[in-house]
Design a protein around this ligand. Structure first.
Ligand SMILES: NC(=O)c1ccc[n+]([C@@H]2O[C@H](COP(=O)([O-])OP(=O)(O)OC[C@H]3O[C@@H](n4cnc5c(N)ncnc54)[C@H](OP(=O)(O)O)[C@@H]3O)[C@@H](O)[C@H]2O)c1
Length: 330
């Protein structure tokens, strides 16, 4: 395998296959997370990619140590110092407090993780030409009038959603910035990656356990690799404003669970539909915050994946016995 420096040199000298392009210094915050990890792998052959982590060093990325940076983004001075040191041309901000019910019981902590660092990012950007991309969520919408277009008005229902909507407000004022919303993100668990809905469900059904899944929460469940590919294009094209990095199918969580079970030849009858109210979750969830990908597909000239295609990729990744290293999937 060629060393990374040789790859970078080669791509610096040659226009990128999809058009005139040059290597950018990209900072991916939350590189140890589901989306950030895929972004690092997707972008690193063509850009100088740096990633941040907090509690979990992303060894499964096998990324050069000098390009992985431990930082607590709630430590705003430390975050700003890192931005100043790296001087990235593009920052893709994925790091966030993503535990929706955790945010509800700790609103100050949620603001400190999800809003204040974005304000720091925006104020640092003022003195630069850097482009900022913010990962956001379908939960900024109230779910009452789906599907939501990229310019729909947010109306968040819980603390997590409010912090993400506030972060969107901050980023909207940053020149040339981009808000990328997604929903019910899933992907194979490499290294120590925390379990997401799809991986959790497969584990439960494989163990023969019964699961209760809500049938009154709808969304556009999206595999993290598809998001990385959307964002790759958006970075390359300098897309501004907002996009929806999601599949084009809106399904209930229960229907999604059944599709997963069928794809993995698991016992569908172990899945029982329940109503959200029966879970007594602290945070109020929107019922149908389904994201429309119509305009995003036009803007990026790309088709979003289907759930079937996404589950095929998940199956191929979960079939790897030791999932210790995240490899290119394309
Ligand atoms: N997951 C979903 O279903 C979903 C849906 C819509 C939108 N989103 C948004 O998409 C983005 C990425 O989500 P994801 O699913 O990839 O998240 P994830 O897997 O939960 O990862 C969260 C990342 O944020 C980092 N992080 C958390 N607190 C931090 C702190 N105080 N300082 C520094 N880093 C911190 C974590 O680092 P360590 O693990 O190293 O501590 C991790 O890398 C988030 O902005 C989220 O709001 C997620």
């Amino acid at each position: 395998m060629r060393p990374l420096s040789a790859c970078l040199k080669a791509t610096r000298e040659a226009p990128h296959r999809r058009g005139v392009w040059r290597v950018a210094r990209v900072l991916v915050t939350g590189a140890s997370g589901l989306v950030g990890s895929r972004l690092v792998v997707r972008l690193r052959d063509r850009h100088e990619v740096h990633g941040t982590f907090h509690n979990h060093a992303p060894d499964f990325l096998e990324h050069p140590a000098e390009r992985l940076h431990a930082v607590d983004i709630r430590d705003l001075a430390a975050f700003r110092r890192l931005l100043g040191k790296l001087q990235p041309e593009v920052v893709i901000h994925c790091a966030a407090m993503t535990n929706v019910d955790g945010c509800e019981s700790a609103p100050e902590e949620a603001r400190a993780a999800n809003v204040a660092p974005v304000e720091t990012l925006a104020s640092w950007q003022k003195g630069t030409d850097a482009r900022v991309v913010l990962m956001s969520t379908d939960y900024v919408f109230d779910g009452k009038s789906p599907p939501y277009e990229i310019d729909a008005k947010p109306n968040p229902l819980c603390v997590y959603s409010r912090t993400k909507a506030q972060a969107e407000e901050v980023v909207r004022r940053v020149p040339r910035s981009l808000i990328a919303r997604s929903t019910v993100i899933y992907g194979a668990d490499f290294g120590h990656l925390k379990r997401n809905f799809a991986v959790w469900l497969i584990g439960e059904l494989q163990a023969g356990r019964r699961v209760r899944v809500v049938d009154d929460q709808w969304g556009t469940p999206t595999i993290s690799e598809n998001i990385a590919e959307f964002l790759d294009l958006a970075v390359e094209r300098g897309t501004q404003g907002a996009i929806h990095t999601a599949v084009g199918e809106c399904v209930s969580r229960f229907d999604f669970a059944r599709r997963i079970a069928r794809r993995f030849s698991l016992d569908v009858s172990l899945i029982t539909p329940i109503k959200t109210g029966e879970l007594h979750q602290p945070a109020k969830r929107p019922e149908r915050p389904c994201l429309s990908v119509r305009k995003t597909e036009q803007i990026l000239a790309v088709k979003s994946w289907t759930i079937d295609r996404s589950l095929d990729l998940l199956a191929s990744q979960l079939a790897i016995p030791e999932r210790a290293v995240l490899r290119p999937w394309w």
